[in-house]
Design a protein around this ligand. Structure first.
Ligand code: ATP
Ligand code: MG
Length: 700
């Protein structure tokens, strides 16, 4: 094999993957086996050893965060910042900026996020005189998304029309309004890009010629349209490497199509498959548990499953901890983190949950224990109402066809237009807000007319200055519409936070003014921001859903709420394919851990109506019985839970005293120097002096 510094630190299979160019390449590999590493190193190899300019390499990642990380690594190695390392959606948005005119859009199009799309759907339902109660906008959004992603939307629409009345009318009107707004929704970005490439051979050729090599991470979670896009871009060449792990496919509910990876060879003939089975991330104990979980997988995944091995040591036991209720669970996790944090940084901890509602108690416990923490995901900055309110003025200024931004800016703050007035304006909206307002004006009384006049004046100012000085424009809007007063009235509890968010927005805009980015570029990035984006590198414990933890790794991981109905979710009980996906999700959760893994559950949990009800242990825990050590912190472990009592081996008199020789699960042997309340100061043989809660000490 070639000697090349870029290949140093890779194992033989990884090297082979980096060096393979004779045919399309699929790297099939388990969690933590270095798939992402292979992609990064292959980019470096292409540039440094083969002399391909970095701008001729396209690398697709699953999240913006992953793209950012990859860019940084490549930049560090090559001294040059790659332009084409991005998510599918960002790629499509960039592509459309060049080519949107081909499908009748102008290049200043806006991107509608979920919330904008739903607003538009509500408008469509109103226009068609359909009752929102009978046809839920959320459901309609799902249908529309499905229709768009189908190979043959017309056929699918025919089929769907049998079971969902009016869906054709709704879909067609939605598409028409979207186009009139010069807007693309998230699905459109990809679907329209594929359409352009398919129907315009000269454009296809131009874009094929643009890239000498394409690499894709997390391939198991691509959807059909993304697969098509790649096929088009690669054409009949061999210039593609994709990596993925079928066992980590966790987005089928959002359209991920695992056949893309399972049958990759069909669409890319002559594909070479390289398997990586050595895991570099986790201790042996963690890995054994992960293997035990995934080996119970059924169906089409089975044949592609890989068993991971590692040369790492056995490591610490995996702890399964039963707590009496959800508050206790959160407080156990907080105490444990506090205890372990004397030896390691807060940023090395992650708490993973299946559902985001579980984060509230955890958050509370972190605060009570003064542990710095961060909720990753949740509402993204650019999805916050106040940020969207203000940005709607800017978006409308750039694109007069954007109905969603028009309605939002016109009615925030309310200008006395009312539901009926809005109906009139809506019905007059064809493809330009100024026209619509002009036509509707006679309908309004003098007072409303004058507030509309103020809106028009304000918009004049915004249109004139938005591109030149967006931060100044935001300050101007903020004052003119008396936004602070509005926030105080609307959100009496947290209006100050919201004002702070607008300040943050102004800071962001000042930054783009300095960087030379255009406002259009900024707005595009803001609409494509994702849950992982606010993952700070600061020294904080991260709390997040398992979905958001994809691709990441942490020293110590807590998986909380391991109860049937939560993990796996209740919805999966009568749907075997969904239950399979939950299993893969559990596998993803476990494999985020490098050194230490805690699994916790509450024996009782408050459910709807604020009543505590007994829970049932997650069925997945059966599969890793032999790999975990059970503990229970409460005195009355219910028989349903086989957990052993936690720390029953306290000294018989229940006291820890100064001078006593004690043992700690992590820090080993030590001597107690003093005890204050429930805390003991202990001098450990190997770890020095620490303060530890006495429940965690054992008399030797
Ligand atoms: P996931 O499936 O979770 O996305 P992955 O297969 O992409 O995982 P990476 O994130 O690339 O795995 O690598 C996991 C860890 O193992 C990283 O910390 C990485 O630096 C390390 N690693 C990968 N390959 C090697 C190697 N050959 N030698 C040493 N460490 C390695
Ligand atoms: Mg990875």
């Amino acid at each position: 094999m070639l000697r090349d510094p870029i290949l140093d630190g890779l194992n033989d299979r990884q090297k082979e993957a980096v060096l393979h160019f004779e045919s399309p390449l699929l790297v099939l590999a388990g969690a933590g086996s270095g798939k992402t590493k292979v992609i990064t190193h292959k980019i470096m190899y292409l540039v440094k050893s083969l002399g391909i300019p970095i701008h001729r390499i396209l690398a697709i990642t699953f999240t913006n965060k992953a793209a950012e990380e990859m860019k940084e690594r490549v930049e560090k190695a090559l001294g040059e910042r790659p332009q084409w390392v991005m998510t599918f959606h960002s790629f499509a948005a960039k592509f459309l900026r060049f080519e949107a005119e081909k499908v009748g859009y102008d290049r200043n199009f806006v991107i509608y996020d979920e919330d904008d799309s739903k607003k538009l759907i509500k408008k469509v339902l109103k226009d068609l005189n359909l009752n929102e109660e009978l046809i839920k906008p959320d459901k309609v959004k799902d249908y529309i998304s499905k229709i768009k992603q189908e190979d043959n939307p017309e056929e699918y629409l025919d089929l769907l029309s049998f079971s969902v009345p009016h869906i054709r009318n709704i879909y067609e009107k939605y598409e028409e309004d979207l186009k009139n707004s010069n807007a693309f929704d998230f699905d459109d970005l990809l679907v329209k890009s594929v359409k352009i490439l398919k129907n315009n051979p000269e454009i296809l050729q131009r874009w094929q010629n643009k890239f000498d090599y394409i690499l894709v991470d997390e391939y198991q979670d691509t959807n059909k349209v993304q697969h098509q896009l790649l096929k088009l871009l690669v054409g009949s060449r061999n210039t593609i490497t994709v990596v993925g792990d079928p066992a980590q496919c966790i987005y089928t509910w959002r359209g991920a199509h695992p056949e893309n990876i399972l049958d990759f060879e069909k669409d890319f003939p002559g594909t070479k498959i390289i398997k990586l089975e050595r895991n570099y991330r986790s201790t042996k104990k963690i890995l054994d548990a992960a293997n035990a979980v995934i080996s119970k997988s059924k169906g089409k995944w089975k044949s592609k499953l890989l068993t991971l091995w590692t040369e790492k040591e056995e490591g610490e036991e995996i702890r399964l901890v039963a707590l009496s209720n959800e508050k206790e669970e959160a407080s156990f996790i907080a105490r444990k983190i506090k205890e372990l944090s004397s030896a390691t940084d807060y940023k090395d901890f992650a708490i993973l949950v299946r559902m985001s509602f579980l984060t509230r108690n955890l958050e509370e416990a972190m605060m009570l224990n003064s542990i710095p923490y961060q909720i990753v995901g949740g509402l993204k900055f650019y999805e916050r109402a106040e940020v969207k309110d203000i940005l709607s003025y800017l978006r409308l200024a750039l694109n007069p066809k954007d109905y969603a931004s028009f309605e939002r800016s016109l009615t925030t703050p309310p200008r006395g237009i009312g539901e009926k007035g809005l109906e009139v304006i809506k019905s007059n909206f064809v493809d330009n807000w100024i026209e619509a307002l002009k036509k509707s004006l006679p309908h309004f009384n003098q007072k409303v007319k004058s507030s509309i006049k103020e809106y028009l004046d304000l918009m004049d100012y915004v249109i004139e200055n938005a591109n030149l000085n967006p931060s100044k424009v935001v300050k101007h809007i903020f004052e003119k519409i008396k936004y602070e007063e509005y926030l105080q009235k609307e959100y009496s509890k947290d209006w100050e936070d919201r004002v702070a968010n607008i300040n943050e927005l102004i800071v962001a805009l000042e930054e783009i003014e300095k960087s030379g980015k255009t406002l259009t570029e900024f707005l595009e990035e803001s609409s494509l921001s994702q849950a992982q984006d606010n993952l700070e590198d600061t020294n904080k414990v991260k709390i997040m859903t398992v979905h958001a933890a994809k691709g990441l790794e942490f020293n110590t991981v807590f998986v909380a709420g391991l109860e049937d109905g939560i993990f796996p979710s209740g919805r999966s009980f009568d749907d075997p394919t969904q239950l399979e996906e939950e299993r893969r999700l559990f596998y993803v959760a476990i494999t985020r851990a490098k050194e230490r893994l805690f699994l916790t559950y509450a024996k009782e949990r408050k459910s709807f109506g604020n009543k505590s009800v007994p829970t049932k242990l997650s069925q997945f825990l059966k599969d890793i019985k032999e790999h975990v050590k059970s503990q229970s912190t409460s005195k009355s472990a219910s028989p349903q839970h086989t957990a052993v009592k936690y720390k029953t081996n306290k000294p018989s008199d229940g006291e820890i005293e100064a001078g006593m020789l004690v043992k700690h699960q992590v820090f080993g042997k030590g001597v107690v120097k003093s005890v204050i309340g429930k805390n003991a100061k202990v001098l450990f043989e190997k770890h020095g002096e620490k303060t530890i809660h006495i429940d965690f000490l054992e008399k030797v």
